[in-house]
Design a protein around this ligand. Structure first.
Ligand code: ACM
Ligand code: ZN
Length: 760
């Protein structure tokens, strides 16, 4: 073959390839998130190709251009050349401080011939380029070469600027520690959505995570706790902190450090107990909740200690804000402490709330001396708010309204909308969470300016952020599962003017964004089919009705195979007549499938009541001191003591999570009518009528996910259950108490079964 023939053949195959390429459904249309404030689409597309050049104009424009050139090269393989000027097929990237645009604003014009991105600052330009990236097919975010795709950009005109200046995400790295690489990965993605604050919660009762050179024990001792017999630790060296701050800065994200005071400080006090009231010794807290031991406000040395820490922290974080925590500081130790009481007297304070205000104001002075703006949780209002403080309103909106009305800046983070540790689907199917219930739609619906705030104070609302508390985020994957996509909804809340928000349109645009998240290997939440429990009994033909937290396609099988896009699409409740295995999952527009739910249905007769005469109220049980973490270890226990429990109060006093033990309870419960009953419990094992109905081995004993049903005839039925008094995933079984709930499956509400509801 001669050269010409080869060239022609190659050219034809390239042509065939690009013609063969069919635009993916999720890449159709314009899918920018957050929604730009002014956007119009025109005829035609700009075809990005390897000859496209980049023209960077103005101070710093080249840095922004280089950032995106490098990204584009990864997926397209094009090494886009820079040029001083061009007449067509170019992207002009311009910083013009005299453009009249606001600091974070940008304009973007795409025609078939050229693209112009313009801003008054690097930050604005960076956002303009992020928008441009979102006009390309989602695969532009791929870290590796993508072929067989047309890198077309629809012709648009965009004029855009954010609604709020504080568009944040908070991350608690104390309850669980996450690596430097994990944080960088999140910063990459947050930057795509124009999020500009990373609030880094670095100290807690459960762990101190930032190296302080003057106080090495903070990380040597304060970063370690024992979790289910194993050590949980981790901290960031100052070099790693600098690396993350630099990485964030490159992505125009300010990193706000949080050093908690005066409470949530047990990890620090474990290392340096001399700064507490009682003097210790302490252990880093290994259960969730709030520790009563806090910094002593009476000792001068406490303030010297904190000032030294602040000195080192300030040097690492260029951000103008410094978060001092301030939430949930119990005052019991201050009430008992002579030095704290002497301080109250000497300073003419009324009570411990004013002592907290005194504490915070001393820290405020330290920060002002270092040119930092102090921000704290809304408890810092109690006892009088420090003059220069900004407030993060988390216990609803009240704190934010009060502070803003007094002329302070506020970041609105009320739990109901922006606590991303909340459930986002049914607790019966989702991984265990702290509680709460905030769907994507609810997060999206948040309005940061409270209705009850006077209009002339609205400018004090800086914006909102997603708060990510990590008690129940045992792995990095679980963090991502909670954070995404809700943080992206909040990105739009912060960026887009309220009258431009539209949840249905947002969800549609997210179809494209999910593919981008896939390129970044983000384990985002996909709603699961909800409704039926995993283990259910029927006594007659029935139907299984499934719902999802937002409109999604579901596919199912009845033959035990994993559902695919070729399986039956769910359109109406699924009829079941006898034993059945229903496997069902949701699907995204990209074709990505959600986790499979397997529903096991058994057709059974009502189990006859036990032929016993139980006369006494209460529960028989046997208990033994033993430190075990699994039901499999029960067999080895020998030192049982037999007892009877009359009521809940009595059993509750019996169990202290600091003194591990095991108990097996045995009794009867009266069922008032024939029916199918659903049981729900945090107990380790529950046997009903002799059947092991619920097995919670390996589970965190909270918000049970293991409900099961059973058909019971009217009368007395034996219930036996195992209770391992220990701490699982930071949650002590002793905090649940001894209780089980049940209901007839036709009823809405569960009834609780405490020891006093049993007979023996
Ligand atoms: C908080 O959630 N305790 C600020
Ligand atoms: Zn004290």
């Amino acid at each position: 073959m001669n050269k010409l023939v080869i060239i022609v053949l190659v050219a034809l195959s390239v042509l065939a390839c690009s013609e063969k390429y069919e635009e993916k459904e999720y890449n159709k249309g314009v899918n920018i998130v957050p929604q730009p404030n002014v956007l119009s689409q025109h005829e035609g597309v700009f075809k990005l190709n390897k000859k496209t050049t980049i023209v960077a104009v103005g101070e710093g424009a080249e840095t922004v251009a280089n950032f995106f050139q490098a990204k584009i090269t990864q997926s397209t393989g094009y090494e886009l050349a820079s040029s001083a000027s061009a007449s067509k097929n170019y992207i002009s990237v311009e910083v013009d401080a005299t453009s009249g645009l606001a600091e974070e604003a940008y304009t973007l014009v795409v025609t078939t011939e050229k693209i112009e991105v313009k801003a008054a600052s690097n930050r604005g330009l960076f956002y303009g380029m992020q928008t441009l990236m979102q006009l390309l097919p989602a695969e532009i975010e791929s870290p590796t070469l993508v072929s067989e795709i047309n890198w077309n950009i629809p012709c648009v005109t965009v004029e855009d600027a954010p609604r709020f200046p504080w568009r944040g995400m908070h991350l608690d790295v104390c309850r669980h520690f996450y690596s430097v690489d994990f944080i960088k990965k999140q910063l990459d993605v947050l930057a795509m959505y124009k999020i500009n604050k990373f609030h880094w919660h670095l100290t807690e009762d459960q762990g101190w995570r930032i190296e302080i050179k003057k106080y090495p024990k903070l990380t040597e001792l304060g970063s370690l706790r024992v979790d289910e017999g194993k050590e949980h630790g981790g901290f960031y060296t100052q070099e790693q902190i600098k690396e993350i701050v630099a990485y964030a800065t490159e992505r125009h994200i300010d990193v706000v450090p949080e050093i908690e005071l005066p409470g949530h400080a047990l990890a620090a006090l474990t290392a340096y107990p001399e700064y507490s009231c009682a003097g210790g010794p302490f252990k880093v807290r290994n259960v969730w909740g709030v520790e009563p031991d806090i910094y002593c406000a009476g000792k001068e040395e406490t303030f010297d200690f904190l000032e030294d820490i602040i000195d080192e922290v300030v040097a690492l974080f260029p951000c103008e804000y410094f978060h001092i925590g301030g939430d949930e500081a119990p005052k019991s130790k201050w009430k008992e402490c002579d030095q704290c009481q002497a301080r109250i007297k000497a300073e003419g304070l009324h009570d411990e709330h004013e002592l907290q205000s005194y504490f915070v104001q001393r820290v405020e002075k330290m920060l002002l001396a270092r040119d930092k703006k102090m921000i704290g949780w809304d408890e810092i209002l109690e006892g009088g708010l420090a003059k220069s403080a900004s407030v993060m309103s988390w216990r609803g909106e009240k704190g934010g309204i009060t502070a803003a009305s007094q002329g302070h800046d506020v970041v609105m983070t009320p739990g109901n909308w922006v606590y991303l540790d909340h459930y986002q689907g049914s607790p019966k199917v989702e991984p265990v969470a702290i509680g709460g219930y905030t769907t994507l739609e609810e997060s999206y619906g948040y309005e940061p300016v409270p209705k009850d705030l006077d209009k002339d104070k609205a400018h004090h609302v800086l914006g909102t952020q997603g708060n990510v508390w990590s008690e129940y985020m045992y792995t990095p994957e679980l963090v991502e599962h909670r954070v995404y996509p809700r943080i992206i909804a909040l990105a739009e809340v912060n960026w887009t003017q309220a009258n431009k928000k539209d949840f249905d349109a947002f969800v549609k645009r997210m179809d494209n964004q999910f593919v981008r998240l896939d390129q970044h290997k983000i384990n985002y939440h996909i709603p699961q089919p909800e409704g039926p429990i995993n283990n259910m009994v029927i006594t007659e033909a029935s139907t299984l009705e499934f719902t999802t937290t937002r409109a999604m396609a579901m596919y199912f099988t009845l033959d035990g195979t994993e559902p695919t896009l070729a399986s039956t699409k769910y359109s109406a409740p699924i009829p079941v007549e006898g034993d059945a295995t229903v496997k069902i999952r949701t699907a995204l527009v990209s074709g990505k499938l959600g986790k499979v739910r397997t529903i096991s249905v058994k057709k059974e007769d009502f189990i006859a009541a036990a032929q016993v005469e139980a006369k006494n109220k209460g529960l028989k049980y046997k208990v033994a001191e033993a430190e075990i973490y699994s039901t499999k270890e029960v067999a080895k226990i020998k030192n049982w003591k037999e007892k009877v429990a009359k009521d809940y109060k009595e059993t509750n006093k019996l169990f202290d999570y600091k003194k591990p033990s095991v108990a097996i309870f045995d009794g009867y419960v009266e069922i008032l009518e024939d029916g199918v009953y659903q049981f729900s419990t945090n107990m380790d094992e529950l046997y009903v009528a002799g059947n092991l109905l619920i097995d919670n081995d390996g589970e965190v004993k909270r918000h049970p996910r293991t409900d099961a049903s059973i058909a019971l005839a009217k009368g007395l039925h034996p219930l036996k259950f195992l209770y391992i008094n220990n701490v699982f995933g930071g949650w002590p079984q002793a905090w649940n108490g001894v209780r089980i709930s049940y209901k007839n499956v036709n009823e809405e509400k569960f009834k609780e079964l405490k020891p006093e509801n049993f007979v023996y």
